[in-house]
Design a protein around this ligand. Structure first.
Ligand code: NAD
Length: 247
């Protein structure tokens, strides 16, 4: 098994790609903490996995929450090897693309939330002798987007660069950090315009593979970066986008 004996926290694991990743990690031998705001859904995902999973309530914007989730993880599973910063919100439901409120909210969850996760995971990973951090960015963190609040692009670009800084600053601690950049996937819970069938069909035209990705196609990339198979890979990024930004 590819993650035998590893302990992971996955933020936003109550749905979508986070839930798919949690299930895959558990199948590969990891103990997994499902950390999310959504208690009901998060507990269901944990229950469907069994003893290898626990739910912990987490608002990624809340520093005390992060401290508590990392402490609960090391208390119950003994250590922390892997952090997947996956929780996020879309920028495509905003009517006002210049809303300052939306800027602060999206940056707070997607960028500050990732910073805080890194901040509290690093000491636990040092204590474990090393670790792997996988951050969910997006192709929207590399290229501009039509019809979404620019805070989404800015936050995902921040995630991409925070990843590289962690890689550089913590290589000597045995901690690796890499980012994953999905393209068009099943819509997020918070998607607006980009979830509309007509808009999705139009976006499909610019994807060389002419189809959306599936959640497990992203989870496999996360699995590789989380596992020791990627032991010499840090500060790197994987695009899981059907060739969208290769054009
Ligand atoms: P999703 O909406 O299904 O899941 C996001 C999860 O994050 C939810 O369970 C939600 O409750 C949780 N979350 C939101 N705010 C939170 C907070 N403050 N604290 C804790 N948890 C919170 O979305 P998804 O498609 O699974 O997206 C996962 C990640 O992938 C996100 O970071 C997203 O930006 C990124 N991404 C998604 C797509 C896509 O098209 N779906 C494309 C590129 C990148």
């Amino acid at each position: 098994m590819r993650l035998n004996g590893k302990v992971a926290i996955i933020s936003g694991a109550a749905s979508g790609m986070g839930a798919a990743t949690a299930r895959m990690f558990a199948r590969e031998g990891a103990k997994v903490v499902i950390a999310d705001l959504l208690e009901h859904e998060g507990r269901q995902v944990a229950a469907s996995i069994g003893d290898a999973a626990r739910f912990e309530r987490l608002d990624v914007t809340n520093e005390e929450n992060w401290e508590a989730v990392v402490a609960a993880t090391t208390r119950h599973f003994g250590k922390l090897d892997i952090l997947v910063n996956n929780a996020g919100v879309s920028g495509s439901a905003e009517q006002d693309l210049y809303s300052t409120e939306a800027w602060h909210r999206i940056m707070g969850i997607n960028a500050t939330g990732v910073f805080l996760g890194i901040k509290y995971a690093i000491p636990a990973m040092k204590a474990a002798g090393g670790g792997s951090i996988v951050n969910l960015s997006s192709i929207a963190g590399i290229i501009g987007s039509v019809g979404i609040h620019m805070a989404y692009n800015a936050s995902k670009a921040a995630v991409r660069l925070m990843t590289k800084t962690v890689a550089v600053q913590h290589a000597e601690d045995g901690i690796r950090a890499n980012s994953v950049h999905p393209g068009i996937m099943p819509a997020m819970r918070t998607s607006g315009r980009t979830a509309e069938p007509a808009v999705r069909a139009q976006r499909m035209n610019v994807i060389p593979m002419r189809r959306p990705g599936e959640v497990d196609e992203v989870a496999y990339a996360i699995l590789f970066l989380a596992s020791d198979e990627s032991s010499y890979i840090t500060g790197s990024e994987i695009h899981v986008d059907g060739g969208a930004i290769a054009i």
